[in-house]
Design a protein around this ligand. Structure first.
Ligand code: PLP
Length: 374
């Protein structure tokens, strides 16, 4: 019997969106960028981005990444530069666009793609780089200065920001003012969960309007297909849930930040030895999806997952195996991976969900402390 599960998705209750559902019955408009979808996009834009740029819903982030990459990739390009320490959806999306992932190592401290390695590769590969696809690891507010400049000098940038909706930093919500593309996921397991769904944001309205068209079979205004489109539309039912989630989100976000703080407190209580738990160096305020931590050097995350399981607690090792360690992706080119390989053996993802109690967090960290080898 599991006492503390890893995730317990907590989507908005039925009574918070029935009034939106009634509007669907009245309008008899069920999809195709209907009124609820438009309301949701407009609210995201005004309530989060102060009206800067444009936002477009999609039916999941993987499709959002495919559209974003396909719409912005350089025509002669072959490679999509991306970290190996990400979810499979990132390389898969590039492959669906006819590109080869090129895996890049991450930094030791924030676990995000190393920008110097990206610069070196751009010098080496030139026009062969079709697009750069960084990942905002576990929702952190990556400083976008480097990537903004890259995008403006002609190397398109598409951010996998799947868990980042609700993250804010000194420049406002994540992605604010960014001329490339930012792709968020609204999957049930993400902090802004609606079941299936996602959002593409850019400061470049024209780019978003091209993607909107591509997401509707590439139709021009007279329903002639003029680009390699697909169907990425969010149904009005999902838009209803998204609107109710937007209403509830400030509170959900606060709860998640509070739980993260409890973890920090409890980790500080673990007696100091020469074995240290390493937390991610993050920026900004994050609506954490789960609690990622690196177990001490020379110890294995798998052993801690087992130890937790023996105590009826569920832990995971997101994202290990990393992409280049999976057979399907292993033949793609890559940089040396010292940091990724190190993190892969140590990354432990701990329970974090709305409703978990402080005492349960303390149970988790107590058990971790027991597993420290002398
Ligand atoms: C969840 C996730 C995705 C996929 O999102 P979907 O909406 O489920 O397609 C992509 N990349 C990362 C890093 C994720 O965490």
């Amino acid at each position: 019997m599991i006492k503390i599960p890893f995730l317990r998705p907590n989507l908005v209750r039925q009574d918070t969106f029935t009034h939106y559902l009634s509007q669907i019955e009245k309008s008899r408009w069920y999809s195709n960028y209907g009124p609820l979808n438009t309301l949701f996009e407009n609210r995201v834009l005004t309530e989060y981005y102060e009206g800067n740029g444009a936002a477009l819903t999609v039916n999941n982030a993987t499709i959002g990444l495919m559209l974003a990459i396909n719409q912005s990739k350089r025509p002669k390009g072959q490679y999509a530069l991306m970290p190996s320490f990400t979810f499979s959806a990132t390389p898969l999306a590039a492959m669906w666009c006819g590109l080869e992932p090129y895996f890049v190592d991450v930094n030791k401290d924030d676990w995000c793609m190393n920008e110097e390695l990206v610069e070196d590769l751009l010098k080496k590969l030139g026009d062969k780089v079709a697009v750069v696809v960084p990942y905002a690891t576990f929702g952190t507010n990556v400083n976008l200065t480097f990537y903004k400049e890259l995008h403006e000098t002609g190397v398109p940038v598409v951010f996998d920001a799947a868990p980042s909706f609700g993250t804010t930093g000194s420049n406002g919500p994540f992605g604010n003012d960014f001329p490339g593309l930012i792709v968020f996921s609204f999957h049930a397991t993400k902090s802004f969960g609606i079941g299936e769904g996602g959002l593409v944001y850019s400061a470049d309205r024209e780019l978003i309007s091209q993607i909107r068209q591509a997401g509707n079979f590439g139709f021009s205004t007279n329903r002639e297909t003029i680009s390699q489109g697909l169907n990425s539309k969010l149904s009005e039912y999902s838009a209803a849930i998204a609107l109710a989630t937007l209403d509830a989100f400030p509170e959900k976000n606060q709860i998640r930040q509070q739980i993260y703080q409890w973890y920090l407190e409890e980790f500080r209580k673990i007696p100091k030895t020469n074995k240290e738990w390493q937390l991610q160096k993050t920026e900004g305020e994050i609506a954490y999806q789960f609690m990622p931590v690196l177990c001490p050097e020379d110890q294995s995350n798998i052993d801690f997952v087992k130890l937790l399981a023996d105590n009826h607690i569920e832990g995971r090792t997101y994202f290990s195996p990393t992409c280049h360690q999976q057979k399907f992706f292993s033949s793609f080119e890559r940089t040396l991976m010292p940091n990724t390989n190190n993190i892969s053996g140590r990354i432990l993802s701990l329970p974090l969900w709305e409703g978990i109690e402080k005492s349960e967090i303390a149970q988790v960290t107590k058990i971790l402390a027991k597993g420290l080898e002398p």
